[in-house]
Design a protein around this ligand. Sequence first.
Ligand code: SF4
Length: 214
Amino acid sequence: MSKDQKIYKTFCPMPKMNSGMLTLEDLEQITEIVRRYEVPMIKVTGAQRLSYHGITPEKMAALKKELHIPETLPHKRNKVHYVQACPGKTWCKWGTKTTEEMTKAIENLELDGPLPNKVKVGISGCQLCCCESWMRDIGLLAEKRGWRLTFGGNAGNRARIGDLVARGLSDDEALELIKKVLNYYISKAQFTTRSARFMERFGIETLKKDLGIA
Ligand code: SF4
């Protein structure tokens, strides 16, 4: 990019990034798009996605159309916004549990209705917590005895550590409990309230009592 070239403040996150785990075919497809649209800059985001930056608004509209990205976000509010996951036991020597299946299962979760606001999920395959699970709306972390589930974390302007909901969960138990917690959030929170603010108001003890968690 020459120093005289105009910088357009446009951006487009690449969908279906598989928590940042990419194959050669994925990289080739990304390279082909970058060449064809002459994307001047690509950002690796904190959410393990790639974001294309700086092309003209006309090209950006064409790119979004090609990638099937609607103009307004989030796209489907009865699904979580994104799942961020570490390589887990399959690829990391510290991993206690694999993360791929859980990532897909949570991405595919169909909830009872539209979520009040975006829900970000962080899955870490061991206690080193590389995916910042404590700071995500839903946090999963693998311990020797099973998954630890937290809810209500946030890394934004008013950062918050998530509340501990349960520990020692199997994959099925964790998935079932995530669904319960999110449907509870849907039924109780006002529209646009993030889970962190909701939990400040409701409190973990109320949530556990209402959901029958010991
Ligand atoms: S959280 Fe643990 S398993 Fe996951 S990448 Fe970090 S060290 Fe590896």
